[in-house]
Design a protein around this ligand. Structure first.
Ligand SMILES: [Zn+2]
Length: 177
């Protein structure tokens, strides 16, 4: 996320506000609350509400994982990886991808017609449940997205995750019929 952050160095949350951005879709009090948060001051281009759909503040949800906290379970990692796709955080996506299946890069050279716009995430199921100890876990989800100016599409996937040295990794996924 380094190069993107460096290109965008807005001085205030309000100047960067654009009707297409998440920050504009939340009540003003949210923005004021977050202005007192150290991370929001340091990086006002961060979203205010978390893209993963938790309704929590980004800085208290996937933002914690994106800045080094470990996922407590596979579902939390799944959510943080969805948010990382939204925010195009390739280093995080690669770091949380198991080395046995990790690609060399994730995002193709973006062009205006090919860019993927993520619209929302719904977690359908996670098993075994997050309260049961496990070294392998599955998370079924539906992610909605658009490519360029195309219509909304659904990605229905059951992702497989593995716990290694106390850290969850995405391994691979299957696509239920
Ligand atoms: Zn989140």
């Amino acid at each position: 996320m380094g190069s993107k952050t460096n290109q965008n160095k807005p001085k205030s949350t309000f100047k960067t506000c654009n009707p297409n951005e998440l920050a504009c879709k939340v009540p003003a009090h949210f923005i004021f609350t977050n202005l007192h948060h150290k991370d929001a001051l340091m990086n006002p281009s961060q979203p205010t509400t978390c893209p993963c759909g938790s309704h929590a503040a980004y800085s208290q949800c996937c933002g914690l994982l994106h800045t080094g906290a470990k996922a407590k379970n596979a579902e939390q990692l799944m959510r943080s990886r969805y948010s990382a796709y939204v925010l195009e955080m390739q280093p995080y996506l690669l770091a949380t991808w198991h080395e046995s299946s990790r690609p060399s890069s994730i995002f193709d050279a973006p062009t205006s017609t090919q860019k993927t716009h993520w619209l929302g995430l719904t977690i359908k199921n996670a098993y075994p449940s997050s309260t049961q100890p496990a070294t392998q876990s599955h998370v079924e989800f539906i992610a909605r997205y658009k490519i360029g100016g195309g219509g909304a599409q659904r990605l229905h996937e059951v992702s497989r995750f593995m716990l290694e040295e106390n850290q969850w990794f995405y391994v691979d996924g299957e696509f239920p019929a």
